[in-house]
Design a protein around this ligand. Sequence first.
Ligand SMILES: C[S@@+](CC[C@H](N)C(=O)[O-])C[C@H]1O[C@@H](n2cnc3c(N)ncnc32)[C@H](O)[C@@H]1O
Length: 220
Amino acid sequence: MTARGRAFVRHWTRIERPALVPEIRLHLAGALMPLWEATARDAGDPELPPPYWAFAWAGGQALARHVLDHPELVRGRRVLDLATGSGLCAIAAALAGAREVRGVDIDPLAIAAVGINAPLNDVHVAAACRDLLDEPAPDVDVILAGDIGYEWNLATRGARWLRSAAAQGIEVRIGDPERHHLPPEGLEVLEAHDVPTSLDLEQTTSKHTTVLRVMGGAAG
Ligand SMILES: C[S@@+](CC[C@H](N)C(=O)[O-])C[C@H]1O[C@@H](n2cnc3c(N)ncnc32)[C@H](O)[C@@H]1O
């Protein structure tokens, strides 16, 4: 990602610790609308999706907490963080001892954010602006997907792709604050957290969030 993207991320954020994972520091935004408008202005595209990379979403926080509390899931293994956003789950995996960590997202500013947030936590994450969901699952041991259930298209495409990855023997975990778009088949609830959230972002101060294991027998 360009120096310009990184400068944009720095300008619009401040360093904070997500409530559920205070071990991790991230460049995060206080309010959604001013940043969304600035991002759309900068890109010259009024239809631009929200700047997801600037927030530690409830699903990502619960999943990052799960990884830090269960380092054996990733220790010495190759990890992909799908829809990495700020890089929160990828950074948690690296801190928990993963051998290699990749993060992918379709938003170039997310890649810029990961490029700043990973070194802030003294870890390396190889971040790429890619949509992998029409490709075979990559050669990794673990896939993390924080908060991908917020819109129908990503939730259904993502769930299908993750189920097929799990069927190949990859350990797959999703963090989902009950966004209701994820098809429930083949998902095992491992734990739940009440994640503090902002009224500005979620219209509530807490989101009940589950960490789900995608079961390997349910490919399709
Ligand atoms: C709600 S954010 C979650 C970010 C992070 N995982 C977290 O929990 O804080 C969802 C992210 O999915 C990304 N995204 C949407 N469609 C995608 C796709 N097909 N492949 C990869 N990332 C995608 C968005 O750009 C956004 O950064």
